[in-house]
Design a protein around this ligand. Sequence first.
Ligand code: GMT
Length: 389
Amino acid sequence: MNIDDVNNRKLNIGIVCYPTFGGSGVIATELGIGLANRGHQIHFITYDRPARLTGIVHNVRYHEVKPTAYPLFDYSPYDSALVSKMVDTAKYEKLDLFHVHYAIPHATAGYLAHQILKTDGLDVPVITTLHGTDITLVGNDPSFFHVVEFGINQSAGVTTVSQFLKDKTLETFKVTNPIEVIHNFVPPHICNLVSSCGDEKRVFAPNNEKILVHISNFRKLKRVRDVVAVFEKVRKKAPVKLLLIGDGPDRDPLENYCRQQGLCNEIFFLGKMADIGQILCISDLMLLTSETESFGLVLLEAMACGTPVITTDVGGIPEVNIHGKTGFMASVGAVDKMAEYCIELLEDDKKMEQFSLQAAQQAQRFTLDKILPKYEAFYERILSKRKRE
Ligand code: GMT
């Protein structure tokens, strides 16, 4: 098969991911749709339809994993049901490979599925993409450590979404597999609405206030309380509103705090949203105050809509946010400094405009059409290597 045929070969790919609004689910889904648009057959295998997989998408199928309940089980073992569905899908859809996103439990589920398929004379390699907390937090916990290390080393190929995450993985685990860095990408169409979003702004900012936005799963590591603290400092100097998008364990205590402080007309808890483009295009600045972040996909989405970002300087964030160009970075918990940075931009329209342009330019480095071919080339390298073995 000549190189052009190899490059243009259309594959049957099983994608395993969490179907959630979070970054790894978004990347897995948008990658699958992008691959389908290039003629590959894509099979999503997970417990619910991926949040971003709406409507009919050509060349895409969804296979639901439904663990059967049984009185003996305290909870039905999702891993076993997942492995069975992977084996079934590989056999009957003639999969060329699995691409699993987030090591827990997907990497070892892939290993078991691969072993079962081998007993039927089928070789379906597993590529694992590490996304962040599967290494830095959950994966590092003793209850998952050995399984994550084994899953990484048994995968046919491993990628990470940032150089930081590759370095962290090599530092944390005894890794015998080479790791390829393939950065996250801007989900297509994220900012189609930028040109037509003036009116929505007035819904939240009737007196032309500036809008700060934060999007996350409201878990401890996101430090959303710091986002509110920054807002409370900024509002003393400039007319602003704060939009909080997403949901999670920290939302209720934070919402109660805002009610006690009488801030409910200035801080809007909008919950989970599938289409965040509408919010991003009316926002003036994004805040992300995490104590760890392998990449920060929400930053790329904001920048693609021309929204500068004020962030912490942890993890892979410096690979996305350029301090003094696309926004600013400060240490974890430095809410005074972050508030200063917000005010510096909010009070200088010319500088804000310049940062907005530079943010959009930086996002252009991470478009799907630049990143997707890297995954295709990686698939081909893994498949060709196995043919030679
Ligand atoms: O941010 C989260 O906690 C969700 C998590 C996930 O698994 O979706 O996000 C991780 O993967 C995203 C996509 O690769 C990255 O952009 C996030 O930075 C990463 N989260 C962390 O590392 C905390």
